[in-house]
Design a protein around this ligand. Sequence first.
Ligand code: ZN
Length: 224
Amino acid sequence: MSSTSGNNLLQSKNMSKLHQFEDEEQEGYLKIDQYNQKNVERIASHYKDILSALGEDPNREGLLKTPERVGKALQFLTHGYDVNPAEVLRSAMFEEEYSQMVVVKDIEVYSMCEHHMLPFFGKAHIAYIPNGHIVGLSKIPRVVDVFARRLQVQERLTNEIRDCIQDTLKPAGVAVVIECKHMCMAMRGVQKQNSVTTTSAFTGAFQNDVTRSEFLRLITASLD
Ligand SMILES: [Zn+2]
């Protein structure tokens, strides 16, 4: 068994190029301010209207650059559309005989719900049991980010991560548990500030009660 805590490694703005991720092993942190200017302007023009519709004056000083900032922010928050998550995994797959559970827990998740375009965020815990191949550990949080940086629902996010790892790495099993707070629940609607939504998805060996329990015990155990 090996276990690691995932950091939120993905800080890059990636409009279309996968190769920008390949330097990541050395850098660990890659910040690229690169936007599709045409789309920024398109989003910004709509946001100017939205500010007016909200009763604001889009020409007052504090709001002058807001539509453009929102355009850039939204592009960053959805840049997962431009990255192929299977390629991320394939870029660091290695043949290895190790066949015990590999757990990456406490991976930060930042996503946006597709119903309200409000953030939801929390943690993902992921495990797989290698079947001939292992993957560079940093690629697991990376795959989480690729799917999270899209408009999402937590249920689909969970399944997409599971399916990507299963289909690409072809392990003996994959387990994904995600726990998130949803701003659309906390700030509006039922206004439940402290409720956490948990979703899970399992394949292969994790459909077995004993293996799944072992995984659940590992992700709830503290290292301290
Ligand atoms: Zn929502």
